[in-house]
Design a protein around this ligand. Structure first.
Ligand SMILES: [Zn+2]
Length: 355
């Protein structure tokens, strides 16, 4: 089987049943054939109608989901695949609220499924941005009113720093740049977004060093916290505010923030502070692969298969939530959100010309 399925029809044909999903996953987990994790033997037989392989040498049984994000899942693989398909191919992703309309999937199960897949969306070995990069900060609204000590920021707001790699529309390479030169015919390539606790220089510099290749040109506004970028090995071009509106001098990072805000409100009805970084990761993942949506489906599953298992209590960082309490409140909220969804027009996909 080649690339992941592009359309809904492709998806339904390719993954018609559980067996097709098991085969797909097995081919990706064991591209050179099954190898027993205990004794290394390649000689194994598949247990009938189950995703289990039994080693003929030592008798150990290995599940195709063992050691992955899907370990010990109670959900059919087809549901996982369906969620990964939606999250990678929908231009705006999909919220747990929408997913729960799948047969047999409760809201908590859908939420957890998405939370796990979202953690497969950061490739630990990803390359840093390079060439010409716009960097700026923004405050976005979050759902909770209380400020959180580990994230900081104003009440009801989260501070986010963003970096956008800008390329020449014609060549796809870095635009010809010199100080104070106006850049024409550019487009954004890859982006990075991160929640930051404050706007101090050390915070900003840590983000830049983690995300941008030294030697790159960095365009920013005149914020004092960018003052040492030159000393850190970057070519820094601060566009001092006042002469031109910020969205004119840093157009792409501003566009990214604008779309992020719309997306957060449109799909998730406001981002939650506690998990906001994973939503930012999801946004970046989909943005950076916006021309290769069918490939990103496979990417999620590939990365997923290489991840360690991740359990619910690790995601929420505390003892399991009691879903029975506040049930009435939540169902009222869900009803109103569902009504909202029905009313709201779907956001357009990101056309190359607008972003
Ligand atoms: Zn064995």
């Amino acid at each position: 089987m080649g690339r992941g399925p592009g359309s809904l029809l492709d998806f339904q044909t390719t993954f018609a049943d559980e067996e097709a999903c098991i085969e797909y996953l097995a081919a990706r987990r064991w591209p050179d054939g099954f190898a027993c994790p205990k004794c290394g033997s390649n000689d194994a037989w598949r247990l009938a109608a189950r995703p289990l392989w039994e080693c003929r040498g030592c008798g150990r049984q290995t599940s195709v989901t063992a050691g992955t994000l899907m370990a010990k899942t109670k959900l059919p693989l087809r549901v996982w695949f369906w969620a990964a398909h939606l999250m990678s191919t929908h231009s705006n992703g999909v919220s747990a609220l929408q997913l729960r309309h799948q047969p047999g999937l409760s809201y908590p199960a859908a939420w957890l499924l998405e939370a796990k897949l979202r953690r497969a969306m950061v490739n630990p070995g990803r390359a840093k941005l390079q060439g010409l990069v716009e960097i700026d900060q923004a405050e976005i609204h979050c759902r909770e009113a209380e400020p959180s000590p580990e994230i900081g920021g104003r009440q009801g707001m989260i501070t986010v720093i963003g970096a956008v790699e800008v390329v020449d529309r014609e060549t796809g390479g870095p635009p010809k740049w010199s100080y104070n030169k106006k850049l024409l015919d550019t487009r954004p390539q890859r982006i990075r977004l991160q929640v930051i606790p404050n706007n101090e220089a050390a915070t900003i510099e840590a983000f830049v060093q983690a995300n941008v290749e030294p030697g790159s040109v960095i365009l920013t506004d005149g914020h004092a916290s960018y003052g040492r970028l030159q000393a850190l090995g970057y070519r820094h071009d601060p566009k001092v505010a006042g002469l031109m509106a910020a969205h004119l001098v840093l157009p792409w990072v501003h566009r990214a923030f604008a779309l992020l805000k719309r997306w957060g409100l449109g799909v998730y009805h406001g981002l939650r502070r506690k998990y906001v970084q994973t939503y930012l990761d999801e946004y970046c993942f989909r943005f950076n692969r916006r021309y290769w949506r069918s490939v990103s489906f496979e990417k999620i599953l590939n990365i997923t298969a290489a991840q360690q298992p991740l359990y619910r209590h690790e995601i929420i960082g505390s003892s399991p939530r009691n879903y029975a309490t506040g049930k009435a409140r939540r169902s009222a909220k869900l009803a109103s959100e569902t009504a909202d969804l029905a009313r709201k027009p779907r956001l357009e996909p990101l056309p190359e010309t607008s972003l």
